[in-house]
Design a protein around this ligand. Sequence first.
Ligand code: NAP
Length: 298
Amino acid sequence: MQYDLIVVGMGISGISAAIYAKNSGLNVLMLEKNTPGGLLNKINTINNYPGVGEITGPDLSYKLFQSVNDLQITYKIAEVENIILIENKKVVQTNIGDFEAKYVILATGRKNRNLGLKNEEQLIGHGISTCALCDGSLYKGKEIVVVGGGNSALEETLYLANIVKKVYLIHRRDAFRAEFSLIKKVEEKENIEILYNSTITSIKEENGKLKEVVINDKIHLEVEGLFTYIGYEANNFLKDLDIYNETNYIKVNENYETSIQGIYAVGDCIEKKIYQLITAANDGAVAGIHVSKEIKKN
Ligand code: NAP
């Protein structure tokens, strides 16, 4: 069977694209390798998405997923491995088989950046985390470290400070890049100690679990938990497609079309200036509408 459109990724941008395409009468398939909602599932509080008030990331994910079900959009849990172009057709190869469509929208997001320390990878899930919402309660009453100076680091520090005994917030420069209101809240919170001009130079483990974080090669913090919020990295996993820039983000035009006819990209995987939920939803809506118009033209 050939679909009109395959949307790869069920985060907010992919779901927005699928909603508009489905409402225009297209035959849509969504593919997702993990949990619908993507990175939203790791956010504890959202207060800047209009119309839903203050909401947790998982609750907003659930609402998005409800829209997929309400509109009877077909979806499958599948990991996309490659996309092959055959004349006007796109063959999306996945771990559960191949799927064909006239158009593809990539909404594959990006992943958390790592610090690049020696034993970091092994300690993820054993003391190192990028999800305060998922793992914060493991450190109730304990001291932990958060690293980063953007909105994510400061928001998650505030969340964690309400659970744990003390948070050391480590930032490599002498000023945060987060919003002023967040900085003020962090500075006012009694159990947050900010260490500016500080870099984590090593981490130590004991019995496969995090034991100590070393700052600037001289300060030794005995902590069991380290939460890293140092931004994101894009992923150019579709190696055969020449659609990426030098930092692995996908280049698109104002309609969210890539350089390959019939392949679009939206949300956090594209090169753009503002990465917000609302801008991701916008990308998806515009691309979904554009694909629908293109299909009706032909
Ligand atoms: P970000 O804004 O890119 O900030 C990353 C932080 O990590 C920066 O402070 C950076 O330091 C630091 N960093 C980067 N690499 C590092 C390294 N190797 N070692 C130590 N520190 C390192 O990332 P984000 O906070 O996750 O935010 C991503 C995007 O989502 C932004 O556009 C942000 O505004 C948005 N966001 C918005 C909200 C909201 O609206 N409430 C919430 C969360 C995120 P430098 O400052 O020195 O570069």
